[in-house]
Design a protein around this ligand. Structure first.
Ligand SMILES: O=C(O)C(=O)C[C@H](O)[C@H](O)COP(=O)(O)O
Length: 223
Protein backbone atom coordinates (compact mmCIF):
# COMPACT_ATOMS: atom_id res chain seq x y z
CA UNK A 1 0.00 0.00 0.00
CA UNK A 2 1.92 3.06 -1.21
CA UNK A 3 0.79 6.26 -2.79
CA UNK A 4 1.49 4.57 -6.12
CA UNK A 5 -1.34 2.17 -5.19
CA UNK A 6 -3.42 1.43 -8.28
CA UNK A 7 -6.76 1.04 -6.49
CA UNK A 8 -9.24 3.92 -6.90
CA UNK A 9 -8.55 6.59 -4.32
CA UNK A 10 -11.30 7.60 -1.95
CA UNK A 11 -12.50 11.19 -2.23
CA UNK A 12 -11.75 13.66 0.53
CA UNK A 13 -15.39 13.37 1.64
CA UNK A 14 -14.93 9.60 1.98
CA UNK A 15 -11.72 10.14 3.94
CA UNK A 16 -13.41 12.62 6.27
CA UNK A 17 -16.21 10.09 6.78
CA UNK A 18 -13.70 7.39 7.59
CA UNK A 19 -11.91 9.69 10.08
CA UNK A 20 -15.30 10.48 11.63
CA UNK A 21 -15.98 6.76 12.01
CA UNK A 22 -12.73 5.93 13.79
CA UNK A 23 -12.90 9.04 15.98
CA UNK A 24 -16.49 8.23 16.99
CA UNK A 25 -15.35 4.73 17.87
CA UNK A 26 -12.31 6.04 19.75
CA UNK A 27 -13.61 9.03 21.77
CA UNK A 28 -10.18 8.85 23.41
CA UNK A 29 -7.17 7.95 21.27
CA UNK A 30 -4.10 6.78 23.16
CA UNK A 31 -0.90 8.16 21.61
CA UNK A 32 1.51 5.29 22.11
CA UNK A 33 5.29 5.21 21.92
CA UNK A 34 6.59 1.67 22.24
CA UNK A 35 9.84 1.50 24.23
CA UNK A 36 10.17 -2.31 24.28
CA UNK A 37 8.96 -4.72 21.67
CA UNK A 38 7.62 -7.08 24.32
CA UNK A 39 5.12 -4.42 25.44
CA UNK A 40 3.29 -4.14 22.12
CA UNK A 41 0.65 -6.83 22.50
CA UNK A 42 -0.01 -6.66 26.27
CA UNK A 43 -0.25 -2.87 26.13
CA UNK A 44 -2.69 -2.93 23.21
CA UNK A 45 -4.70 -5.64 24.95
CA UNK A 46 -4.88 -3.65 28.20
CA UNK A 47 -6.07 -0.54 26.35
CA UNK A 48 -8.64 -2.58 24.47
CA UNK A 49 -9.82 -4.25 27.68
CA UNK A 50 -10.35 -0.73 29.06
CA UNK A 51 -12.39 0.18 25.97
CA UNK A 52 -9.77 2.00 23.88
CA UNK A 53 -9.61 0.20 20.54
CA UNK A 54 -8.37 2.94 18.23
CA UNK A 55 -4.63 3.36 18.74
CA UNK A 56 -2.16 5.91 17.43
CA UNK A 57 1.30 4.34 17.33
CA UNK A 58 4.01 6.96 17.01
CA UNK A 59 7.23 6.67 15.07
CA UNK A 60 9.06 8.23 18.00
CA UNK A 61 10.71 4.92 18.80
CA UNK A 62 12.41 2.29 16.68
CA UNK A 63 9.51 -0.08 17.41
CA UNK A 64 6.77 2.09 15.91
CA UNK A 65 6.63 0.51 12.48
CA UNK A 66 6.90 -3.05 13.71
CA UNK A 67 4.19 -2.34 16.29
CA UNK A 68 1.83 -1.15 13.56
CA UNK A 69 2.63 -4.22 11.45
CA UNK A 70 2.22 -6.61 14.33
CA UNK A 71 -1.03 -5.17 15.61
CA UNK A 72 -2.52 -5.21 12.12
CA UNK A 73 -1.59 -8.87 11.78
CA UNK A 74 -2.34 -10.09 15.27
CA UNK A 75 -5.09 -7.77 16.53
CA UNK A 76 -7.39 -7.28 13.54
CA UNK A 77 -10.20 -5.99 15.74
CA UNK A 78 -8.23 -2.88 16.69
CA UNK A 79 -8.01 0.22 14.54
CA UNK A 80 -4.33 1.08 14.20
CA UNK A 81 -3.06 4.45 13.06
CA UNK A 82 0.42 5.92 12.78
CA UNK A 83 1.57 9.09 14.54
CA UNK A 84 4.56 11.43 14.44
CA UNK A 85 4.73 11.07 10.67
CA UNK A 86 7.07 13.90 9.70
CA UNK A 87 8.08 13.33 6.08
CA UNK A 88 7.33 11.42 2.90
CA UNK A 89 9.55 8.47 3.76
CA UNK A 90 7.66 7.98 7.02
CA UNK A 91 4.34 8.40 5.22
CA UNK A 92 5.29 5.65 2.81
CA UNK A 93 6.63 3.39 5.54
CA UNK A 94 3.50 3.54 7.69
CA UNK A 95 1.31 2.79 4.70
CA UNK A 96 3.47 -0.25 3.92
CA UNK A 97 3.12 -1.32 7.54
CA UNK A 98 -0.67 -1.23 7.20
CA UNK A 99 -1.62 1.91 9.13
CA UNK A 100 -5.36 2.53 8.85
CA UNK A 101 -4.98 6.26 9.39
CA UNK A 102 -2.08 8.67 9.68
CA UNK A 103 -1.59 11.55 12.11
CA UNK A 104 1.00 14.32 11.81
CA UNK A 105 1.88 16.82 14.54
CA UNK A 106 1.89 19.68 12.02
CA UNK A 107 1.22 20.38 8.35
CA UNK A 108 3.59 20.65 5.40
CA UNK A 109 2.41 21.15 1.82
CA UNK A 110 4.43 18.10 0.79
CA UNK A 111 2.76 15.75 3.26
CA UNK A 112 -0.72 17.14 2.64
CA UNK A 113 -0.31 16.71 -1.11
CA UNK A 114 1.13 13.21 -0.88
CA UNK A 115 -1.71 12.10 1.38
CA UNK A 116 -4.27 13.41 -1.10
CA UNK A 117 -3.04 10.71 -3.47
CA UNK A 118 -3.15 7.98 -0.83
CA UNK A 119 -6.02 5.68 0.12
CA UNK A 120 -5.18 6.07 3.83
CA UNK A 121 -6.83 9.06 5.53
CA UNK A 122 -4.56 11.72 7.02
CA UNK A 123 -5.39 13.73 10.13
CA UNK A 124 -3.00 16.66 9.82
CA UNK A 125 -1.86 18.59 12.86
CA UNK A 126 -2.54 22.33 13.04
CA UNK A 127 -2.04 24.95 15.70
CA UNK A 128 -3.02 28.16 13.89
CA UNK A 129 -5.66 29.40 11.47
CA UNK A 130 -2.96 29.63 8.79
CA UNK A 131 -1.94 25.97 9.22
CA UNK A 132 -5.58 25.03 8.97
CA UNK A 133 -6.12 27.09 5.83
CA UNK A 134 -3.25 25.33 4.07
CA UNK A 135 -5.03 22.01 4.47
CA UNK A 136 -8.51 23.50 4.05
CA UNK A 137 -7.59 24.79 0.59
CA UNK A 138 -6.71 21.20 -0.40
CA UNK A 139 -10.01 19.84 0.90
CA UNK A 140 -9.03 18.73 4.40
CA UNK A 141 -11.80 19.21 6.97
CA UNK A 142 -10.55 17.07 9.87
CA UNK A 143 -7.47 18.12 11.88
CA UNK A 144 -5.54 17.32 15.00
CA UNK A 145 -5.22 20.44 17.20
CA UNK A 146 -1.70 20.20 18.59
CA UNK A 147 -0.44 20.99 21.16
CA UNK A 148 -4.02 21.63 22.24
CA UNK A 149 -3.52 23.13 25.69
CA UNK A 150 -0.62 25.31 24.57
CA UNK A 151 -2.33 26.70 21.51
CA UNK A 152 -5.47 27.84 23.23
CA UNK A 153 -7.40 24.72 24.29
CA UNK A 154 -11.17 24.98 24.24
CA UNK A 155 -11.02 28.76 23.70
CA UNK A 156 -9.14 28.17 20.44
CA UNK A 157 -11.65 25.52 19.40
CA UNK A 158 -14.55 27.94 20.05
CA UNK A 159 -12.76 30.63 18.03
CA UNK A 160 -12.05 28.26 15.11
CA UNK A 161 -15.74 27.27 15.02
CA UNK A 162 -16.60 30.72 13.61
CA UNK A 163 -14.63 30.89 10.36
CA UNK A 164 -14.26 27.10 9.97
CA UNK A 165 -17.77 25.86 10.73
CA UNK A 166 -17.37 22.63 8.78
CA UNK A 167 -14.10 21.60 10.44
CA UNK A 168 -13.78 19.02 13.24
CA UNK A 169 -10.82 18.45 15.52
CA UNK A 170 -8.99 15.86 17.57
CA UNK A 171 -7.29 17.98 20.27
CA UNK A 172 -4.11 16.38 21.58
CA UNK A 173 -1.34 17.63 23.85
CA UNK A 174 -2.13 18.38 27.46
CA UNK A 175 -5.49 16.60 27.46
CA UNK A 176 -6.08 14.72 30.71
CA UNK A 177 -8.96 13.41 32.87
CA UNK A 178 -9.33 16.90 34.38
CA UNK A 179 -10.12 18.67 31.10
CA UNK A 180 -11.33 15.75 28.96
CA UNK A 181 -15.04 16.48 29.40
CA UNK A 182 -14.61 20.17 28.55
CA UNK A 183 -12.92 19.23 25.29
CA UNK A 184 -15.49 16.61 24.37
CA UNK A 185 -18.34 19.07 25.00
CA UNK A 186 -17.15 21.28 22.14
CA UNK A 187 -19.35 20.66 19.09
CA UNK A 188 -16.31 20.73 16.78
CA UNK A 189 -14.42 18.03 18.71
CA UNK A 190 -14.62 14.45 17.34
CA UNK A 191 -12.34 12.79 19.87
CA UNK A 192 -9.25 13.60 21.93
CA UNK A 193 -5.77 12.13 21.96
CA UNK A 194 -3.56 11.66 24.98
CA UNK A 195 -1.00 9.70 26.90
CA UNK A 196 -2.17 9.83 30.50
CA UNK A 197 -3.30 6.16 30.46
CA UNK A 198 0.22 5.15 29.36
CA UNK A 199 2.21 5.91 32.50
CA UNK A 200 5.75 4.67 31.84
CA UNK A 201 6.05 3.15 35.29
CA UNK A 202 2.99 0.99 34.73
CA UNK A 203 4.34 -0.11 31.36
CA UNK A 204 7.87 -0.81 32.64
CA UNK A 205 6.40 -2.85 35.49
CA UNK A 206 3.97 -4.72 33.27
CA UNK A 207 1.14 -3.27 35.35
CA UNK A 208 -1.43 -3.77 32.61
CA UNK A 209 -4.31 -3.63 35.07
CA UNK A 210 -3.53 0.04 35.76
CA UNK A 211 -3.48 0.83 32.03
CA UNK A 212 -6.83 -0.89 31.66
CA UNK A 213 -8.32 0.82 34.71
CA UNK A 214 -7.12 4.28 33.69
CA UNK A 215 -8.56 3.79 30.18
CA UNK A 216 -11.91 2.59 31.46
CA UNK A 217 -12.08 5.37 34.09
CA UNK A 218 -11.48 8.06 31.43
CA UNK A 219 -14.18 6.63 29.15
CA UNK A 220 -16.57 6.47 32.11
CA UNK A 221 -16.18 10.26 32.50
CA UNK A 222 -17.77 10.63 29.08
CA UNK A 223 -20.91 8.56 29.79
O1 LIG B 1 4.40 12.84 18.54
C1 LIG B 1 3.35 13.20 18.04
O2 LIG B 1 3.12 13.23 16.84
C2 LIG B 1 2.25 13.58 18.88
O3 LIG B 1 1.17 13.42 18.46
C3 LIG B 1 2.50 14.10 20.19
C4 LIG B 1 1.38 13.69 21.13
O4 LIG B 1 0.17 14.07 20.61
C5 LIG B 1 1.62 14.25 22.41
O5 LIG B 1 2.83 13.76 22.88
C6 LIG B 1 0.53 13.97 23.40
O6 LIG B 1 0.99 14.50 24.54
P1 LIG B 1 0.28 14.46 25.96
O7 LIG B 1 -1.07 13.90 25.80
O8 LIG B 1 0.27 15.90 26.36
O9 LIG B 1 1.20 13.66 26.79
Amino acid sequence: MTHADSRPHPSMADKSASIDAFCARARIMPVITIAREQDILPLADALAAGGLTVLEITLRSAHGLSAIRRLREERPNLCVGAGTVLDLAMLDAVQQAGAQFIVTPGSTRELLEAALASPVPLLPGISTASDLMLGYAMGYRRFKLFPAEVCGGTAALKAFAGPFGDVRFCPTGGVNPGNLQRYMEQPNVMCVGGTWMLDSQWINNGDWASVQHSSAAALALLD
